[in-house]
Design a protein. Structure first.
Length: 379
């Protein structure tokens, strides 16, 4: 059996078309996009066309798209400037956000004295909207930062509802949409969101590139200073081949969205069925097994095995060529457990083996059958 990759929430395989497009740009369009000669103008034209493509898919102006090194930089840009430059004194978030948000707001609390309030969650990790509305009554200038799709348990936020609540209460709204862009269509003329963070490598694009959506006239200022690239929002020579790769990946993701969503949903359904049929007592964390409340690309599985086996299961799967994870890849070097699961599981369930399997168009049912057979050896 060839190696099996079920860790697409960490990063995805590049589409062949993206590799071809990036290779051609690296070979033929190597000018600096800030240069005024023909080589530079050619590179600049590619960057601006990519910006227009991204903006079209979100139904926004091209001037509202700022290319970054990825979602983490975009999150930092928005959160830091909102406090430093826009006068935000109060941030509302949740305890199951990505660490790109949680660690940033903790830094802002210590450095700027901003108040951090955490919205209540239900037993499956869904936001308590009544409590959010209550927190929004603060007299201080407020920013809400809640992710659209949770990267560990796949829970989906009602992003339109939150955006409307924020607008009604004169609060700014930022969302980490790293796990949703390329998998869900968002019309930002219908959803009054102020800021978004996106990473290209989550939808079969390259690593090291993403973008921030920054609503026009927001007043946000740069995180990185230097040249006047990205209309002054983000200094540094543009990574043209990466930006074009992101553009191509996003375009292909949306061109094939419905077909691939059906295919991946069928894979996830089959995996749930096989787990339940072969492992009595299996559980699913958060709402990851509920297709109405979670993304079709993520399944967080709680397996009925002893604690001592749970500790080495991920290692054993890796020896069999199976890639999955315990949580976010960004935490893989940490000895701590998942901060997401610690908020929603009992002490007993936290001792069990929880694994995140995440799917893409490149996966097959044969791979799922292999994973089930391997799991049988350990359970």
């Amino acid at each position: 059996m060839k190696p099996v990759y079920f860790d697409n929430a960490a990063t995805t395989q590049l589409r062949p078309e993206v590799i071809d497009k990036m290779t051609k740009v690296m070979q033929d369009c190597y000018g600096n996009a800030s240069s005024t000669h023909s080589f530079g103008r050619s590179a600049k034209a590619m960057v601006e066309q990519a910006r227009k493509t991204v903006a079209k898919h979100l139904n926004v102006s091209a001037s509202e798209i700022v290319f970054t090194s990825g979602g983490t930089e975009a999150d930092n840009l928005v959160l830091l400037s909102a406090v430093r430059d826009l006068g935000v004194k109060n941030i509302i978030t949740s305890r199951i956000e990505h660490h790109a948000v949680l660690h940033t707001v903790a830094q802002l609390e210590g450095e700027y004295g901003v108040s951090i309030n955490y919205v209540d969650l239900d037993k499956n990790g869904q936001v308590n909207y009544a409590h959010l509305e209550q927190l929004l009554q603060s007299p201080d200038k407020t920013l809400v930062s809640l992710m659209h799709v949770n990267n560990e348990i796949g829970n989906i936020l009602d992003i339109k509802r939150v955006a409307d609540l924020c607008k009604q209460n004169q609060a700014l709204f930022h969302s980490d949409t790293v796990q949703s862009i390329g998998h869900y269509k968002l019309d930002l003329q219908e959803i009054p969101i102020d800021f978004m963070a996106v990473s290209g490598h989550k939808f079969h694009g390259p690593k090291g590139v993403g973008f921030a959506f920054i609503r026009k006239h927001s007043g946000l200022k740069p995180l990185i200073f230097g040249g006047e690239q990205e209309r002054g929002h983000r200094a540094g020579t543009e990574s043209v081949h990466n930006i074009v790769g992101l553009e191509e990946a996003l375009k292909l993701s949306y061109d094939n969205l419905e077909e691939e969503k059906i295919y991946i949903t069928d894979l996830k359904t089959y995996f749930i069925q096989q787990l339940e049929a072969n492992f009595p007592g299996v559980g699913f964390n958060g709402d990851s097994a509920d297709f109405e409340k979670s993304t079709y690309t993520v399944l967080n599985v709680r397996l009925p095995i002893a604690e001592e086996k749970a500790l080495i299961l991920l290692f054993q799967l890796d020896l069999k060529g199976i890639a999955c994870s315990k949580g976010s890849a960004c935490q893989s070097g940490s000895s701590k457990g998942s901060h997401v699961l610690s908020q929603i599981l009992s002490e007993t369930d936290l001792l069990k083996a929880s694994l995140r399997f995440s799917f893409s168009r490149f996966n097959t049912k044969e791979e799922i059958d292999y994973v089930i057979d391997v799991l049988k050896e350990f359970i």
